[in-house]
Ligand binder design. Structure first.
Ligand code: HEC
Ligand SMILES: [Cu+2]
Length: 352
């Protein structure tokens, strides 16, 4: 008895440290406990229901346990072995039936919600839904809007409020998982070529943080994205703004260098490729590379867009280890040219 207590005493500080560590994981902006749309609300409801049922079970089991411990403890002077009881049909039926009932109570709303909020493939065909094809890459997110020809963006999924957003999810490389805690649960991007669907919506304009929820490589922890919900008129304005012809650096020589070295992977406007994030209007986005916070919406710890661009361009792998962008200096860009490119990109904004 004494020994056991000592072991517990030794474990307690460890548990305290763990809970302290875990409390560091609590980011309010990345919490499923603060839902901002119907899907996340329904999911929180299920979390609450299952916690309630489990709490009830714990209370009842502990109460019975404590009652039995007290009632049937050995009395003073009681030396004979008590009557040994083996099996009791009535009790066994009861404690099989109760969990079954509890599981059914949990299953009914769960199944209801799955179908109410997750009719993925049908939502995709829903004419009133905004379709977005999501492609996960190590370590960035690509968003394509097939209902708007040629419209593609990266790291920041712009959506109109009060509209069903139907997502089709796939990966370009390894297994990732799309997760915007405030709006909806996770959905994997499969590596076997199969496509997953999910949908979400929100009535509230705002920026919701998303994260890759499947360990996918050295920069998995930095694989963040933003879902930015705006009024429908603003969304249409953004769509129009994206159609503007490509803006290139004013300096002719720099523009050529940018075209040959950067647009082999990236796109601006109607020029370039799509093996890397579309840079159109990057100056008005809320992050660089999904993780360096721009001061476009005054977020805590944010910096001017240009500073973040310089930080990224000076050392992309320093910001996100293992990512696939070559360092511009290895492509022959001087520090001065990096500054100029950062300046150009920071001023490449979309009005909406
Ligand atoms: C071989 C392809 C490739 C080339 C060439 C390349 N990049 Fe990239 N770039 C990438 C990839 C991939 C990412 C995404 C990295 C990540 O977030 O994991 C990226 C990210 C970026 C970002 C952040 C994008 C965002 O959405 O926030 C900027 C800015 C950028 N590159 C600028 C440049 C510039 C300027 C050049 C030319 C000097 C260049 N890149 C050359 C592949 C490339
Ligand atoms: Cu990932």
């Amino acid at each position: 008895m004494m020994k056991r207590w000592q072991a517990v005493k030794r474990l307690l500080p460890l548990l305290a440290v763990f809970s302290l560590l875990l409390s560091g994981c609590g980011r309010e902006d990345l919490s499923a406990l603060n839902p901002q749309g119907p899907v996340a609300e329904g999911q929180l409801g299920l979390i609450k229901l299952s916690i309630a049922i489990m709490t009830l079970v714990v209370i009842v089991v502990f109460a019975i346990g404590i009652y039995v411990l007290i009632k049937f403890r050995r009395k003073k002077g009681q030396n004979e072995v008590p009557e040994q009881v083996e099996g009791n049909h009535k009790l066994e039926i009861i404690w099989t039936a109760i969990p079954l009932v509890l599981v059914i109570v949990l299953a009914i709303p769960t199944i209801q919600q799955i179908f109410a909020y997750g009719d993925g493939p049908n939502d995709w065909k829903d004419k009133n839904a905004l379709q977005v094809k999501v492609t996960a890459h190590q370590f960035w997110w690509e968003f394509e809007y097939p209902q708007y020809e040629g419209l593609k963006t990266a790291q920041e999924l712009l959506i109109p409020v009060d509209k069903k957003i139907a997502l089709e999810l796939k990966t370009a490389d390894v297994l990732h998982s799309f997760w915007v805690p405030a709006l909806a649960g996770k959905m994997d991007t499969n590596t076997d070529g199969t496509i997953n669907h999910m949908s979400l919506s929100t009535p509230k304009p705002g920026t919701y943080i998303g994260k890759c929820a499947e360990l996918c490589g050295p920069s998995h922890g930095f694989m963040e994205f933003r879902v930015k919900a705006v009024e429908p008129e603003d969304f249409e304005k953004w769509v129009e703004a994206n159609k503007a012809p490509a803006v290139l650096p004013e300096d002719k020589q720099l523009a050529e260098k940018f075209k040959t070295n950067c647009l082999s992977c990236h796109a601006v406007g109607d020029q370039g490729g799509f093996s890397a994030p579309n840079l159109t209007g990057i100056g008005s986005r809320e992050t660089i590379a999904g993780i360096l916070l721009n001061d476009t919406n005054g977020a805590k710890g944010s910096k001017p867009v240009k500073d973040n661009l310089v930080e990224w361009l000076k050392d992309p792998k320093g910001v996100k280890p293992g990512n696939l962008m070559p360092a511009p200096k290895d492509l022959g860009f001087s520090d001065e040219e990096i500054e100029q490119i950062a300046d150009y990109l920071a001023n490449y904004k979309l009005e909406y």
